[in-house]
Design a protein around this ligand. Structure first.
Ligand code: SF4
Ligand code: SF4
Length: 154
C-alpha cells in the first residue's frame, strides 16, 4: 500500500523526503508541501509515515484488494514513544496496533562508507556486506550447518 500526503496537514518540513529510500517523496515547489511522486515505486516501508511529525501521511491500498471504504491511519505520539496504526475495514470493523518508536538517535548509524571496503574474497561468503557487525549481533550469524539438517536434505 503506497503512501499519500494530506496537504492540509503537511508543513513542508522535509523529514519524509530525507528518509525515503526510494527517493519518491518530494516537496512541491509551488505549494511547499510533500507528495509521493511515484506510488508504484513505493517500497511500502512506511519510514515516511513514521517520521512525519504532523501525522500527514497515510497508506492507501490498491483498489483490487482494498476496496473503497477502508482506511489506514497512523498516529505518532513521541511523548508516549509509540506509533499506533488504526485499520478500518469496509464493514466498519477496526483493529488497532501499537508499536514502540525506534529510539536510535538520528545520525548515529554508521554509513556504508564508514565500513571497510569488501574484498574479492568476501563475495564467497554468505554474509552480506557489513554483516554481522551492521546487525549488531556480534560474532557470526546464526546459520544452519549440514549436521543440523534432516538426513537427505543437504
Ligand atoms: Fe518512501 Fe517508504 Fe514512504 Fe514509500 S513508504 S514513500 S518508499 S519512505
Ligand atoms: Fe510534510 Fe510530514 Fe513530509 Fe514533513 S514529514 S514534509 S510534514 S508529509
Amino acid at each position: 500500500m503506497p503512501t499519500f500526503v494530506y496537504m492540509t496537514r503537511c508543513d513542508g518540513c522535509g523529514h519524509c523526503v530525507d528518509i525515503c529510500p526510494s527517493d519518491i517523496m518530494h516537496i512541491d515547489t509551488t505549494y511547499r508541501r510533500a507528495y509521493n511522486i511515484e506510488p508504484n515505486m513505493c517500497w511500502e516501508c512506511y519510514s515516511c509515515v513514521k517520521a512525519c511529525p504532523q501525522n500527514a501521511i497515510d497508506a492507501r491500498g490498491y483498489a483490487d484488494f482494498a476496496p473503497l471504504g477502508h482506511s489506514v491511519r497512523v498516529l505518532r505520539e513521541e511523548d508516549k514513544g509509540t506509533v499506533s496504526w488504526k485499520i478500518k475495514f469496509r464493514d466498519g470493523r477496526e483493529k488497532d496496533f501499537v508499536s514502540p518508536i525506534r529510539t536510535t538517535p538520528w545520525g548515529s548509524i554508521k554509513s556504508p562508507q564508514d565500513y571497510t571496503m569488501p574484498s574479492r574474497d568476501d563475495a564467497k561468503s554468505q554474509d552480506l556486506a557489513h554483516e554481522p557487525e551492521a546487525l549488531n549481533i556480534g560474532g557470526k550469524l546464526p546459520a544452519l550447518t549440514p549436521d543440523r539438517l534432516k538426513v537427505g536434505v543437504v
